[in-house]
Structure formats: structure tokens, C-alpha cells
Write a protein of this length. Structure first.
Length: 285
């Protein structure tokens, strides 16, 4: 009788252990699913504030990058709403709206750009390596979007003039120097749109602010470590001149690298939510 009771007690204990074990696994799986979706779908607004004596008026720009056909709500309505909430004076798009031959992704990108082009703020776009497509660019031009490919514009807001320039170079060689093609006007605050953050090769051109993407912020990041992998493990720990995410400064000039919106395989983000960037330019006090 005692032996049977022990067996029953052991069986109950085993059932209780297995129940707790599977409940723990279920909770961990749900937490993992939540973290995965949160890091992919929860839009972040990153604000960059810069002041300069040449800026006489308060100006707001929005940068988006590397959509890779990602949808935030049906037809990207959540993304469009978030952009409109910033009341931008212009919108800058720094490439890779879809991935290579992804026709469905191209349609997603086309719908987004058409919606943005219908708003008051002008849209300026430079291509990445994935969306380098003449038919796609012709569609954007038909919407009224300004495609910058080694050309630019002067943006005027009140008493302020901003020099804007964009390049479609996405492949570079060791001796590449943007100054061979253009030099910024030092009398104006100047912005360069360039998909790839090859900052050392742009610096001689003298732009005050370079806006780039391409890196996706590393996609997977770790606290105190930075990007987990980007062509090599822990690149931000190994190299001094590596530009993967956020704001960099040198000699009073700035580079901002956006984490972007979408992903490429593996479709994971961690500690690195999709972002839109709000650039606020203000007069120097």
C-alpha cells in the first residue's frame, strides 16, 4: 500500500513538473513572439536637433530609409500617419524601398510614395542598390517626387536657404571622392542624401549634414556592444571609423545613419526598432 502511494505521489509530482515546464515554455514562446513583433512593427520617432547661424527659421524634415517593402498597417497607413504628425517641410527618402526583383514589394513601395507625394511637403528620393530601377523611378517622377542623382535643389523657408544634394552611388572604390563631382556652398547650410554611409569619401565635398541608411542599424543590436553582425561580428567594437546607426560628428560636420524601416533576411530586429527620423533645424542662439 505504501509503495502504491509513493508511485502515485511520484506520478503526481512528475505531472506537476511537466505542467509547469510546458507552461514556462509557452510563456517564453509568447514573450519571444511579442519581442519579435514589437521590434519589427513598433515605429520609433528619432529626433535630431541642429542649430546653425545660417539657419534663420525653424525647419522640420523627415527622413525614411530602407523600407524593403515593409507594411505598417494596411497600405502603410500607420507609417504615413506618423510622418504627417511631424508636419515636415520636406521628406527625404534614402533608398531601398523594396528588395531587388520583388514585384509585390515594389507595389508596396509605390503606394507609399504615391501617398506621400499627394501631401503638401515635397519628397526627395535617392536610390539604394535594391531599388535602382528606371521604371520605378519613372513612376516616382510621375507622382511629382524629386529624384536626386548627382543633382540638387535650393530649399527656401522664410529667410533661410538650404542646399540639398543627392547621389545615386551605391558602389564605391578606394579612391572615390565626392568632391570630384560637387562641393557644397559654405554660405548655405547643406544636406547630402546618400544611401550608403561612406562618410570619409564624402567629407571633402563639405556638406554640413549627410543623411544615410543602408545598414539597418545592424538589425540586431546588443546593449553596450552595438551591432551584432554587419559583414563581421561586433563591428562597432573593432573599428573606430564605422558608421552603422545614429549621429556622428567631425569638425563641425554631421552624419546621421538611420536604422531604417524594413529588414532583409534574417527578418529580425532586436534593440533596434524601425524608425523615422525627424530633423529639426533651428537658428543658433
Amino acid at each position: 500500500m505504501r509503495m502504491k502511494n509513493r508511485v502515485r505521489s511520484t506520478q503526481r509530482g512528475m505531472k506537476s513538473f511537466l505542467f509547469r515546464f510546458f507552461i514556462t515554455l509557452l510563456i517564453l514562446a509568447l514573450l519571444g513572439l511579442f519581442a519579435w513583433r514589437f521590434n519589427l512593427d513598433s515605429l520609433k520617432v528619432t529626433t535630431l536637433k541642429l542649430s546653425d547661424p545660417r539657419i534663420k527659421d525653424e525647419i522640420t524634415f523627415v527622413q525614411i530609409s530602407d523600407l524593403h517593402a515593409k507594411s505598417f498597417g494596411q497600405d502603410n497607413q500607420r507609417l504615413i500617419k506618423k510622418i504627417r504628425q511631424q508636419a515636415p517641410d520636406a521628406i527625404f527618402v534614402t533608398g531601398d524601398l523594396f528588395s531587388n526583383a520583388d514585384l509585390g514589394g515594389r507595389e508596396t513601395a509605390t503606394k507609399l510614395m504615391k501617398a506621400l507625394a499627394a501631401d503638401k511637403a515635397p519628397v526627395y528620393y535617392v536610390t539604394g542598390e535594391h531599388d535602382y530601377n528606371e521604371d520605378f523611378h519613372a513612376q516616382l517622377s510621375a507622382f511629382g517626387i524629386n529624384i536626386l542623382a548627382f543633382n540638387g535643389d535650393i530649399l527656401r523657408y522664410g529667410d533661410t536657404e538650404i542646399e540639398l544634394y543627392g547621389i545615386n552611388s551605391v558602389y564605391f572604390w578606394d579612391s572615390y571622392n565626392l568632391a570630384n563631382a560637387v562641393e557644397a556652398d559654405p554660405a548655405l547650410f547643406s544636406i547630402l542624401l546618400a544611401h550608403v554611409p561612406n562618410w570619409p569619401q564624402y567629407q571633402d565635398a563639405g556638406f554640413d549634414l549627410v543623411l544615410s541608411g543602408d545598414s539597418h542599424g545592424g538589425q540586431i543590436r546588443l546593449p553596450f556592444v552595438g551591432a551584432l553582425w554587419l559583414k563581421e561580428w561586433f563591428p562597432e567594437l573593432k573599428k573606430k571609423d564605422v558608421y552603422i546607426k545614429g549621429l556622428y560628428e567631425k569638425d563641425g560636420k554631421y552624419l546621421f545613419v538611420s536604422s531604417g524601416l524594413g529588414t532583409i533576411a534574417p527578418h529580425l530586429r532586436f534593440y533596434n526598432r524601425p524608425e523615422i527620423v525627424v530633423i529639426k533645424l533651428t537658428p543658433a542662439r
